[in-house]
Design a protein around this ligand. Structure first.
Ligand SMILES: [Ca+2]
Ligand SMILES: [Ca+2]
Ligand SMILES: [Ca+2]
Length: 131
């Protein structure tokens, strides 16, 4: 009967990583799809840039982050009572795993190999969330 602080914290950490990635594109790795990621980063920037002046201020970054966290919270809290129960957490994890399987099970053997997991993790970092 309590908020999953662990998950929220993880989201915050990942958001920070994402923010770093935006701030320092030079340190981006040389993965085969770095071009695609650049596009995603730009989209993320546009979303966070609430007043459209082309840069993301501290406030805008903060607002984007809490919006994201709220979205995650709502995704977990399926009955909307403001609490995340163990059942809701389990259900969310199952949904998450099913989604991951659908998206990243490249050879469709019904489970994620270490390589597929890695791809999933990279995609997650790119999105700046733990969805
Ligand atoms: Ca702005
Ligand atoms: Ca609930
Ligand atoms: Ca597989």
């Amino acid at each position: 009967m309590r908020v999953d602080l662990g998950a929220l914290h993880r989201a915050t950490v990942l958001c920070s990583i994402f923010a770093l990635a935006i701030a320092a594109p030079a340190i981006a790795d040389e993965s085969e799809d770095s071009k695609k990621r650049g596009t995603r980063q730009t989209q993320g920037l546009e979303k966070a840039d609430a007043n459209g002046d082309g840069s993301v201020s501290e406030e805008e970054r903060e607002a984007a982050r809490s919006a994201r966290q709220e979205r995650h919270f709502k995704e977990f809290d399926t009955d909307g009572d403001g609490n995340i129960t163990a059942e809701e957490r389990t259900a969310a994890r199952e949904r998450h795993e099913a989604r991951q399987l659908k998206e990243f099970d490249v050879d469709q053997d019904g489970e994620l190999s270490p390589e597929e997991r890695q791809a999933a993790q990279r995609a997650r970092l790119r999105r700046g969330s733990f969805e």
